[in-house]
Design a binder for this molecule. Structure first.
Ligand code: SIN
Length: 490
Protein backbone atom coordinates (compact mmCIF):
# COMPACT_ATOMS: atom_id res chain seq x y z
CA UNK A 1 0.00 0.00 0.00
CA UNK A 2 1.06 3.64 -0.43
CA UNK A 3 3.09 5.26 2.32
CA UNK A 4 0.27 7.18 4.00
CA UNK A 5 0.93 10.66 5.28
CA UNK A 6 4.50 10.77 4.02
CA UNK A 7 5.74 10.78 0.42
CA UNK A 8 3.54 11.54 -2.58
CA UNK A 9 0.25 10.83 -0.85
CA UNK A 10 1.16 13.20 1.97
CA UNK A 11 1.97 15.90 -0.57
CA UNK A 12 -1.36 15.42 -2.32
CA UNK A 13 -3.01 16.04 1.05
CA UNK A 14 -6.53 14.71 0.43
CA UNK A 15 -9.26 16.09 2.67
CA UNK A 16 -11.06 12.81 2.05
CA UNK A 17 -8.30 10.18 2.07
CA UNK A 18 -10.75 7.38 1.15
CA UNK A 19 -11.02 8.87 -2.37
CA UNK A 20 -7.62 7.30 -2.99
CA UNK A 21 -8.43 3.69 -3.98
CA UNK A 22 -5.86 1.05 -4.83
CA UNK A 23 -8.34 -1.60 -5.91
CA UNK A 24 -10.55 -2.15 -8.94
CA UNK A 25 -14.32 -1.84 -8.85
CA UNK A 26 -16.34 -4.80 -10.10
CA UNK A 27 -20.01 -5.46 -9.35
CA UNK A 28 -20.02 -2.84 -6.61
CA UNK A 29 -17.05 -4.40 -4.79
CA UNK A 30 -13.48 -3.19 -4.41
CA UNK A 31 -11.25 -5.99 -5.59
CA UNK A 32 -7.75 -7.06 -6.71
CA UNK A 33 -4.27 -7.07 -5.17
CA UNK A 34 -2.45 -3.79 -5.78
CA UNK A 35 0.84 -4.82 -7.37
CA UNK A 36 1.42 -2.39 -10.25
CA UNK A 37 3.30 0.79 -9.26
CA UNK A 38 2.00 4.27 -10.18
CA UNK A 39 4.40 7.23 -10.16
CA UNK A 40 4.09 11.00 -10.22
CA UNK A 41 5.61 12.19 -13.53
CA UNK A 42 6.73 15.46 -11.94
CA UNK A 43 8.79 13.93 -9.13
CA UNK A 44 9.20 10.29 -10.10
CA UNK A 45 7.88 9.46 -6.60
CA UNK A 46 5.65 6.47 -5.95
CA UNK A 47 1.99 7.42 -5.45
CA UNK A 48 0.64 3.94 -4.89
CA UNK A 49 -0.26 0.65 -6.53
CA UNK A 50 -3.16 -0.78 -8.53
CA UNK A 51 -4.18 -4.32 -9.44
CA UNK A 52 -2.81 -5.90 -12.58
CA UNK A 53 -5.95 -7.64 -13.75
CA UNK A 54 -6.38 -9.65 -16.94
CA UNK A 55 -8.81 -11.74 -18.97
CA UNK A 56 -10.74 -13.56 -16.27
CA UNK A 57 -11.38 -10.47 -14.11
CA UNK A 58 -12.46 -8.48 -17.19
CA UNK A 59 -14.85 -11.27 -18.10
CA UNK A 60 -16.18 -11.10 -14.54
CA UNK A 61 -16.72 -7.36 -14.95
CA UNK A 62 -18.55 -7.91 -18.24
CA UNK A 63 -20.75 -10.53 -16.56
CA UNK A 64 -21.56 -8.04 -13.78
CA UNK A 65 -22.42 -5.36 -16.34
CA UNK A 66 -24.58 -7.82 -18.24
CA UNK A 67 -26.43 -8.87 -15.09
CA UNK A 68 -27.07 -5.24 -14.06
CA UNK A 69 -28.30 -4.22 -17.51
CA UNK A 70 -31.99 -5.26 -17.54
CA UNK A 71 -32.90 -3.45 -14.32
CA UNK A 72 -30.85 -0.34 -15.08
CA UNK A 73 -32.18 -0.06 -18.63
CA UNK A 74 -35.76 -0.51 -17.43
CA UNK A 75 -35.57 2.45 -15.00
CA UNK A 76 -37.20 5.66 -16.07
CA UNK A 77 -34.68 8.11 -17.55
CA UNK A 78 -35.59 10.57 -14.81
CA UNK A 79 -34.46 8.15 -12.12
CA UNK A 80 -31.14 7.65 -13.89
CA UNK A 81 -30.81 11.42 -14.35
CA UNK A 82 -31.18 11.99 -10.62
CA UNK A 83 -28.21 9.72 -9.98
CA UNK A 84 -26.17 11.40 -12.75
CA UNK A 85 -26.97 14.77 -11.23
CA UNK A 86 -25.83 13.69 -7.78
CA UNK A 87 -22.69 12.17 -9.32
CA UNK A 88 -21.85 15.50 -10.95
CA UNK A 89 -22.56 17.38 -7.70
CA UNK A 90 -20.25 15.04 -5.76
CA UNK A 91 -17.46 15.65 -8.26
CA UNK A 92 -17.84 19.38 -7.88
CA UNK A 93 -18.00 19.04 -4.08
CA UNK A 94 -14.72 17.10 -4.08
CA UNK A 95 -13.16 19.18 -6.85
CA UNK A 96 -10.01 20.00 -4.90
CA UNK A 97 -9.26 16.42 -3.87
CA UNK A 98 -9.96 15.10 -7.37
CA UNK A 99 -7.80 17.83 -8.89
CA UNK A 100 -4.87 17.14 -6.56
CA UNK A 101 -5.05 13.40 -7.28
CA UNK A 102 -5.17 14.14 -11.00
CA UNK A 103 -2.21 16.51 -10.91
CA UNK A 104 -0.15 14.00 -8.93
CA UNK A 105 -0.79 11.13 -11.34
CA UNK A 106 -0.84 13.08 -14.61
CA UNK A 107 1.35 16.13 -14.04
CA UNK A 108 -0.97 18.88 -15.30
CA UNK A 109 -1.04 22.19 -13.40
CA UNK A 110 -3.52 22.30 -10.54
CA UNK A 111 -5.56 25.07 -12.18
CA UNK A 112 -6.06 22.87 -15.27
CA UNK A 113 -6.91 19.85 -13.11
CA UNK A 114 -9.54 21.86 -11.22
CA UNK A 115 -11.01 22.91 -14.56
CA UNK A 116 -11.01 19.32 -15.79
CA UNK A 117 -12.96 18.09 -12.76
CA UNK A 118 -15.77 20.57 -13.50
CA UNK A 119 -15.59 19.80 -17.25
CA UNK A 120 -15.77 16.07 -16.44
CA UNK A 121 -18.69 16.39 -14.02
CA UNK A 122 -20.63 18.40 -16.59
CA UNK A 123 -20.92 15.31 -18.84
CA UNK A 124 -22.86 13.51 -16.10
CA UNK A 125 -25.27 16.39 -15.63
CA UNK A 126 -25.67 17.04 -19.36
CA UNK A 127 -26.29 13.43 -20.36
CA UNK A 128 -28.62 12.81 -17.42
CA UNK A 129 -30.80 15.52 -18.95
CA UNK A 130 -30.31 14.36 -22.55
CA UNK A 131 -31.43 10.83 -21.63
CA UNK A 132 -34.92 12.23 -21.02
CA UNK A 133 -35.04 13.39 -24.62
CA UNK A 134 -34.13 10.29 -26.63
CA UNK A 135 -37.10 10.80 -28.92
CA UNK A 136 -38.25 8.37 -31.57
CA UNK A 137 -40.36 8.97 -34.69
CA UNK A 138 -43.73 8.18 -36.23
CA UNK A 139 -43.30 7.61 -39.96
CA UNK A 140 -46.18 7.47 -42.47
CA UNK A 141 -46.14 3.89 -43.75
CA UNK A 142 -45.81 2.72 -47.38
CA UNK A 143 -49.56 1.92 -47.48
CA UNK A 144 -52.69 3.63 -46.07
CA UNK A 145 -53.11 0.99 -43.37
CA UNK A 146 -49.50 0.89 -42.23
CA UNK A 147 -47.52 2.97 -39.70
CA UNK A 148 -43.87 2.81 -38.78
CA UNK A 149 -42.74 3.69 -35.29
CA UNK A 150 -39.14 4.28 -34.33
CA UNK A 151 -37.88 4.00 -30.77
CA UNK A 152 -34.42 4.31 -29.31
CA UNK A 153 -33.04 1.81 -26.85
CA UNK A 154 -29.79 1.50 -24.91
CA UNK A 155 -27.27 -0.56 -26.89
CA UNK A 156 -26.32 -2.79 -23.94
CA UNK A 157 -22.98 -3.41 -22.24
CA UNK A 158 -20.33 -0.84 -23.18
CA UNK A 159 -16.57 -1.43 -23.09
CA UNK A 160 -14.41 1.70 -22.79
CA UNK A 161 -10.68 2.37 -22.83
CA UNK A 162 -9.49 5.84 -21.87
CA UNK A 163 -6.14 7.65 -22.02
CA UNK A 164 -3.89 9.35 -19.46
CA UNK A 165 -4.06 12.93 -20.75
CA UNK A 166 -7.54 13.67 -19.34
CA UNK A 167 -7.87 11.17 -16.49
CA UNK A 168 -11.41 12.27 -15.59
CA UNK A 169 -13.06 13.94 -18.58
CA UNK A 170 -12.38 11.18 -21.10
CA UNK A 171 -14.11 8.76 -18.74
CA UNK A 172 -17.20 10.85 -18.06
CA UNK A 173 -17.54 11.82 -21.73
CA UNK A 174 -17.99 8.11 -22.55
CA UNK A 175 -19.45 6.59 -19.42
CA UNK A 176 -21.78 9.57 -18.81
CA UNK A 177 -23.88 9.14 -21.97
CA UNK A 178 -23.65 5.34 -21.81
CA UNK A 179 -25.00 5.04 -18.27
CA UNK A 180 -27.51 7.85 -18.66
CA UNK A 181 -28.90 6.14 -21.78
CA UNK A 182 -29.46 2.92 -19.80
CA UNK A 183 -26.30 1.01 -20.73
CA UNK A 184 -23.90 -0.53 -18.23
CA UNK A 185 -20.14 -0.17 -18.62
CA UNK A 186 -16.74 -1.72 -18.09
CA UNK A 187 -13.89 0.76 -18.18
CA UNK A 188 -10.16 0.31 -18.46
CA UNK A 189 -8.50 3.62 -17.54
CA UNK A 190 -4.85 4.25 -18.35
CA UNK A 191 -2.52 2.43 -15.95
CA UNK A 192 -0.58 5.72 -15.72
CA UNK A 193 -3.58 7.63 -14.29
CA UNK A 194 -5.96 5.19 -12.59
CA UNK A 195 -6.71 7.09 -9.39
CA UNK A 196 -9.05 9.68 -10.89
CA UNK A 197 -11.11 6.86 -12.40
CA UNK A 198 -11.30 4.93 -9.13
CA UNK A 199 -12.30 8.04 -7.18
CA UNK A 200 -15.04 8.73 -9.74
CA UNK A 201 -16.30 5.16 -9.25
CA UNK A 202 -16.48 5.69 -5.50
CA UNK A 203 -18.48 8.89 -5.99
CA UNK A 204 -20.79 7.01 -8.39
CA UNK A 205 -21.47 4.49 -5.65
CA UNK A 206 -22.26 7.35 -3.25
CA UNK A 207 -24.54 8.93 -5.85
CA UNK A 208 -26.59 5.72 -5.89
CA UNK A 209 -25.31 3.70 -8.87
CA UNK A 210 -26.39 0.09 -8.40
CA UNK A 211 -23.66 -2.62 -8.39
CA UNK A 212 -22.54 -3.72 -11.84
CA UNK A 213 -23.65 -0.59 -13.68
CA UNK A 214 -20.13 0.86 -13.73
CA UNK A 215 -17.08 -1.41 -13.41
CA UNK A 216 -13.38 -0.60 -13.56
CA UNK A 217 -10.53 -2.96 -14.39
CA UNK A 218 -6.90 -1.89 -14.32
CA UNK A 219 -3.99 -3.87 -15.73
CA UNK A 220 -2.52 -5.20 -18.91
CA UNK A 221 -3.97 -3.47 -21.97
CA UNK A 222 -3.77 -6.51 -24.28
CA UNK A 223 -5.93 -9.09 -22.43
CA UNK A 224 -8.35 -6.47 -21.08
CA UNK A 225 -8.69 -4.83 -24.49
CA UNK A 226 -9.27 -8.20 -26.12
CA UNK A 227 -12.22 -9.01 -23.86
CA UNK A 228 -13.74 -5.55 -24.31
CA UNK A 229 -13.43 -5.75 -28.10
CA UNK A 230 -14.18 -9.44 -28.71
CA UNK A 231 -16.58 -10.62 -26.01
CA UNK A 232 -20.02 -11.01 -27.63
CA UNK A 233 -21.72 -9.73 -24.46
CA UNK A 234 -20.17 -6.29 -25.07
CA UNK A 235 -22.41 -4.49 -27.56
CA UNK A 236 -20.48 -1.26 -27.98
CA UNK A 237 -16.83 -0.31 -27.70
CA UNK A 238 -15.50 3.20 -27.26
CA UNK A 239 -11.86 4.29 -27.21
CA UNK A 240 -9.78 7.44 -26.98
CA UNK A 241 -6.10 7.11 -27.82
CA UNK A 242 -3.64 6.84 -30.65
CA UNK A 243 -4.64 6.11 -34.24
CA UNK A 244 -2.54 2.92 -34.61
CA UNK A 245 -4.05 1.41 -31.43
CA UNK A 246 -7.55 2.55 -32.46
CA UNK A 247 -7.18 0.78 -35.81
CA UNK A 248 -6.15 -2.44 -34.11
CA UNK A 249 -9.02 -2.30 -31.61
CA UNK A 250 -11.51 -1.57 -34.40
CA UNK A 251 -10.28 -4.66 -36.24
CA UNK A 252 -10.82 -6.73 -33.12
CA UNK A 253 -14.34 -5.31 -32.76
CA UNK A 254 -15.15 -6.48 -36.28
CA UNK A 255 -15.19 -10.12 -35.10
CA UNK A 256 -18.52 -9.51 -33.32
CA UNK A 257 -19.62 -6.47 -35.37
CA UNK A 258 -19.67 -4.18 -32.33
CA UNK A 259 -20.77 -0.58 -32.49
CA UNK A 260 -17.54 1.43 -32.32
CA UNK A 261 -16.66 5.01 -31.40
CA UNK A 262 -13.07 6.13 -31.80
CA UNK A 263 -11.52 9.41 -30.78
CA UNK A 264 -7.99 9.19 -32.18
CA UNK A 265 -4.97 11.32 -32.93
CA UNK A 266 -5.01 14.80 -34.43
CA UNK A 267 -2.48 17.02 -36.16
CA UNK A 268 -4.29 20.32 -35.70
CA UNK A 269 -3.43 23.22 -38.00
CA UNK A 270 -3.68 26.76 -36.60
CA UNK A 271 -4.02 29.43 -39.31
CA UNK A 272 -3.30 33.11 -38.68
CA UNK A 273 -4.24 35.48 -41.48
CA UNK A 274 -2.90 38.99 -42.10
CA UNK A 275 -6.23 40.44 -40.94
CA UNK A 276 -6.21 38.63 -37.57
CA UNK A 277 -6.19 40.32 -34.18
CA UNK A 278 -2.59 39.37 -33.38
CA UNK A 279 -2.87 39.64 -29.58
CA UNK A 280 -5.96 37.44 -29.59
CA UNK A 281 -4.31 34.98 -31.99
CA UNK A 282 -1.20 34.70 -29.81
CA UNK A 283 -3.31 34.20 -26.67
CA UNK A 284 -5.40 31.54 -28.46
CA UNK A 285 -2.24 29.87 -29.73
CA UNK A 286 -0.86 29.64 -26.20
CA UNK A 287 -4.05 28.02 -24.90
CA UNK A 288 -4.37 25.67 -27.82
CA UNK A 289 -0.71 24.66 -27.98
CA UNK A 290 0.40 24.59 -24.35
CA UNK A 291 -2.74 23.33 -22.58
CA UNK A 292 -1.76 20.17 -20.70
CA UNK A 293 1.85 20.75 -21.83
CA UNK A 294 0.82 20.13 -25.43
CA UNK A 295 -0.61 16.72 -24.60
CA UNK A 296 -4.14 16.92 -26.00
CA UNK A 297 -5.48 15.50 -29.25
CA UNK A 298 -6.80 18.95 -30.14
CA UNK A 299 -3.57 20.85 -29.40
CA UNK A 300 -2.40 23.00 -32.31
CA UNK A 301 0.41 21.06 -33.92
CA UNK A 302 1.22 23.17 -37.01
CA UNK A 303 1.05 26.96 -37.15
CA UNK A 304 0.49 28.43 -40.61
CA UNK A 305 1.15 32.18 -40.52
CA UNK A 306 0.56 34.57 -43.41
CA UNK A 307 3.50 36.53 -44.87
CA UNK A 308 2.40 40.00 -43.74
CA UNK A 309 2.29 39.23 -40.01
CA UNK A 310 4.74 36.33 -39.83
CA UNK A 311 7.57 38.14 -38.02
CA UNK A 312 5.31 40.02 -35.61
CA UNK A 313 3.35 36.90 -34.68
CA UNK A 314 6.50 34.81 -34.25
CA UNK A 315 7.96 37.40 -31.87
CA UNK A 316 4.75 37.71 -29.84
CA UNK A 317 4.26 33.96 -29.51
CA UNK A 318 7.87 33.41 -28.46
CA UNK A 319 7.53 36.11 -25.77
CA UNK A 320 4.35 34.58 -24.39
CA UNK A 321 5.73 31.02 -24.46
CA UNK A 322 8.88 32.19 -22.68
CA UNK A 323 6.75 33.59 -19.83
CA UNK A 324 5.04 30.27 -19.03
CA UNK A 325 6.00 28.98 -15.58
CA UNK A 326 7.33 25.42 -15.72
CA UNK A 327 7.22 23.15 -12.68
CA UNK A 328 5.46 20.63 -10.49
CA UNK A 329 1.72 20.99 -11.09
CA UNK A 330 0.99 20.86 -7.36
CA UNK A 331 2.82 24.19 -6.93
CA UNK A 332 0.06 26.76 -7.45
CA UNK A 333 1.93 28.99 -9.91
CA UNK A 334 2.78 26.29 -12.44
CA UNK A 335 1.49 26.67 -16.01
CA UNK A 336 3.48 23.86 -17.66
CA UNK A 337 3.91 20.47 -16.05
CA UNK A 338 6.15 17.56 -17.08
CA UNK A 339 5.61 15.29 -20.05
CA UNK A 340 3.98 12.01 -19.08
CA UNK A 341 7.09 9.81 -19.51
CA UNK A 342 10.52 9.38 -21.14
CA UNK A 343 9.04 8.11 -24.39
CA UNK A 344 7.05 11.35 -24.73
CA UNK A 345 10.16 13.41 -24.00
CA UNK A 346 12.18 11.52 -26.61
CA UNK A 347 9.52 12.11 -29.25
CA UNK A 348 9.51 15.85 -28.53
CA UNK A 349 13.30 15.98 -28.74
CA UNK A 350 13.30 14.02 -31.99
CA UNK A 351 10.75 16.38 -33.56
CA UNK A 352 12.68 19.48 -32.50
CA UNK A 353 16.01 18.07 -33.75
CA UNK A 354 14.42 17.09 -37.06
CA UNK A 355 12.86 20.55 -37.52
CA UNK A 356 16.18 22.26 -36.80
CA UNK A 357 17.85 19.82 -39.19
CA UNK A 358 15.37 20.98 -41.85
CA UNK A 359 16.32 24.64 -41.30
CA UNK A 360 14.04 25.80 -38.43
CA UNK A 361 15.30 28.53 -36.07
CA UNK A 362 14.75 28.50 -32.31
CA UNK A 363 12.85 31.48 -30.85
CA UNK A 364 12.16 29.96 -27.42
CA UNK A 365 13.03 26.80 -25.48
CA UNK A 366 14.10 23.78 -27.54
CA UNK A 367 15.73 22.13 -24.56
CA UNK A 368 15.00 20.17 -21.40
CA UNK A 369 13.99 22.27 -18.44
CA UNK A 370 16.14 22.70 -15.33
CA UNK A 371 13.49 20.82 -13.29
CA UNK A 372 14.95 17.66 -14.82
CA UNK A 373 12.99 14.45 -15.39
CA UNK A 374 10.57 14.84 -18.29
CA UNK A 375 10.21 18.63 -18.06
CA UNK A 376 10.73 20.36 -21.41
CA UNK A 377 10.74 24.09 -22.02
CA UNK A 378 7.88 25.68 -23.97
CA UNK A 379 9.32 25.91 -27.45
CA UNK A 380 8.72 28.11 -30.48
CA UNK A 381 10.46 27.40 -33.80
CA UNK A 382 10.20 29.52 -36.93
CA UNK A 383 10.83 28.68 -40.59
CA UNK A 384 9.73 25.08 -40.07
CA UNK A 385 9.67 23.07 -43.30
CA UNK A 386 6.19 21.69 -44.12
CA UNK A 387 7.71 18.23 -44.52
CA UNK A 388 9.42 18.23 -41.11
CA UNK A 389 8.27 15.57 -38.63
CA UNK A 390 6.73 18.36 -36.56
CA UNK A 391 4.22 18.91 -39.37
CA UNK A 392 3.71 15.30 -40.41
CA UNK A 393 3.08 13.75 -36.98
CA UNK A 394 1.33 14.74 -33.78
CA UNK A 395 4.12 15.91 -31.45
CA UNK A 396 2.07 15.73 -28.22
CA UNK A 397 4.40 18.15 -26.49
CA UNK A 398 5.03 21.87 -25.89
CA UNK A 399 6.46 22.73 -29.30
CA UNK A 400 5.02 25.35 -31.68
CA UNK A 401 6.44 25.19 -35.20
CA UNK A 402 5.68 28.12 -37.55
CA UNK A 403 5.27 27.68 -41.30
CA UNK A 404 4.78 30.63 -43.67
CA UNK A 405 1.95 30.86 -46.24
CA UNK A 406 1.02 33.33 -49.00
CA UNK A 407 -2.73 33.14 -49.56
CA UNK A 408 -5.90 31.49 -48.28
CA UNK A 409 -5.91 28.64 -50.80
CA UNK A 410 -2.28 27.90 -49.94
CA UNK A 411 -3.11 27.77 -46.21
CA UNK A 412 -6.13 25.50 -46.62
CA UNK A 413 -4.20 23.15 -48.90
CA UNK A 414 -1.33 22.79 -46.41
CA UNK A 415 -3.72 22.45 -43.45
CA UNK A 416 -5.63 19.64 -45.16
CA UNK A 417 -2.47 17.80 -46.16
CA UNK A 418 -2.77 15.27 -43.34
CA UNK A 419 -4.48 11.93 -42.73
CA UNK A 420 -5.74 13.34 -39.42
CA UNK A 421 -8.89 15.47 -39.20
CA UNK A 422 -9.76 16.20 -35.59
CA UNK A 423 -9.51 19.93 -34.75
CA UNK A 424 -8.35 23.00 -36.67
CA UNK A 425 -8.12 26.67 -35.71
CA UNK A 426 -8.07 29.94 -37.63
CA UNK A 427 -7.83 33.62 -36.77
CA UNK A 428 -9.25 36.22 -39.14
CA UNK A 429 -11.43 39.34 -38.78
CA UNK A 430 -12.97 38.83 -42.21
CA UNK A 431 -16.41 37.24 -41.78
CA UNK A 432 -16.56 35.83 -45.31
CA UNK A 433 -13.12 34.30 -44.92
CA UNK A 434 -14.11 32.72 -41.62
CA UNK A 435 -16.95 30.87 -43.41
CA UNK A 436 -14.82 29.88 -46.42
CA UNK A 437 -12.04 28.57 -44.20
CA UNK A 438 -14.44 26.73 -41.85
CA UNK A 439 -16.05 25.03 -44.83
CA UNK A 440 -12.74 24.30 -46.56
CA UNK A 441 -10.93 22.69 -43.64
CA UNK A 442 -11.34 18.90 -43.54
CA UNK A 443 -11.69 18.63 -39.78
CA UNK A 444 -14.41 17.57 -37.34
CA UNK A 445 -14.07 20.71 -35.20
CA UNK A 446 -13.04 24.26 -36.05
CA UNK A 447 -12.00 26.90 -33.52
CA UNK A 448 -12.62 30.18 -35.35
CA UNK A 449 -10.96 33.03 -33.44
CA UNK A 450 -10.63 30.81 -30.37
CA UNK A 451 -8.00 28.35 -29.17
CA UNK A 452 -10.26 26.51 -26.74
CA UNK A 453 -13.23 24.59 -28.09
CA UNK A 454 -14.00 21.81 -25.61
CA UNK A 455 -17.13 21.67 -23.49
CA UNK A 456 -19.89 19.18 -22.75
CA UNK A 457 -22.13 20.82 -25.38
CA UNK A 458 -19.65 20.47 -28.28
CA UNK A 459 -19.99 17.51 -30.68
CA UNK A 460 -16.39 16.36 -30.18
CA UNK A 461 -14.85 14.09 -32.80
CA UNK A 462 -12.91 13.85 -36.01
CA UNK A 463 -12.96 12.90 -39.67
CA UNK A 464 -10.43 10.91 -41.73
CA UNK A 465 -8.16 8.83 -39.47
CA UNK A 466 -9.04 10.87 -36.38
CA UNK A 467 -11.97 8.66 -35.58
CA UNK A 468 -15.59 7.70 -35.79
CA UNK A 469 -18.52 9.19 -33.89
CA UNK A 470 -19.08 12.20 -31.68
CA UNK A 471 -18.86 12.67 -27.92
CA UNK A 472 -20.62 15.34 -25.88
CA UNK A 473 -23.63 17.40 -27.08
CA UNK A 474 -27.00 15.98 -28.15
CA UNK A 475 -25.15 13.76 -30.66
CA UNK A 476 -23.06 12.04 -27.97
CA UNK A 477 -25.91 10.02 -26.53
CA UNK A 478 -26.87 8.64 -29.96
CA UNK A 479 -23.66 6.59 -29.91
CA UNK A 480 -25.17 4.53 -27.07
CA UNK A 481 -28.65 4.10 -28.54
CA UNK A 482 -29.99 1.65 -31.10
CA UNK A 483 -32.80 2.59 -33.46
CA UNK A 484 -35.62 0.05 -33.41
CA UNK A 485 -38.40 0.21 -36.02
CA UNK A 486 -41.87 -1.25 -35.50
CA UNK A 487 -44.16 -1.70 -38.49
CA UNK A 488 -47.82 -1.62 -37.48
CA UNK A 489 -50.56 -3.11 -39.68
CA UNK A 490 -53.83 -1.37 -38.83
C1 SIN B 1 -8.29 14.87 -25.96
O1 SIN B 1 -7.16 15.25 -25.98
O2 SIN B 1 -8.60 13.75 -26.44
C2 SIN B 1 -9.44 15.63 -25.36
C3 SIN B 1 -9.22 17.08 -25.30
C4 SIN B 1 -10.41 17.82 -24.79
O3 SIN B 1 -11.40 17.25 -24.35
O4 SIN B 1 -10.35 19.04 -24.85
Amino acid sequence: MADGATGELGRIGLKRPDLFREQCYIDGKWTGDPTHLVHNPATGGLIGRIPNLGKSETERAVAAAEAALPKWRAQHAKARAEIMDRWCALMVKHQEDLARLMTAEQGKPLAEARGEVVYAGAFFEWFGEEAKRTYGDLIPGPAADRRIMVMKQAVGVVGAITPWNFPAAMITRKVGPAIAAGCTAVLKPSELTPYSALAIALLGEEAGLPPGVFNIVTGDAEPIGRVLTEDPRVAKFTFTGSTPVGKKLAQQCASTVKRVSLELGGNAPFLIFNDADLEAAAAGAIISKFRNTGQTCVCANRFFVQDGIYDAFAKLLAEKAGELVVGDGLAGVTQQGPLINDKALQKVEAHVADAIGHGAKVLAGARRDSHGGTFYQPTVLRDVAPDALLCREETFGPVAGLVRFKDEADAIRMANDSCAGLAAYAYTRDLSRSWRVSEGLEYGMIGMNTGLISSEVLPFGGVKESGIGREGSKYGIEEFLEVKSIVLQL
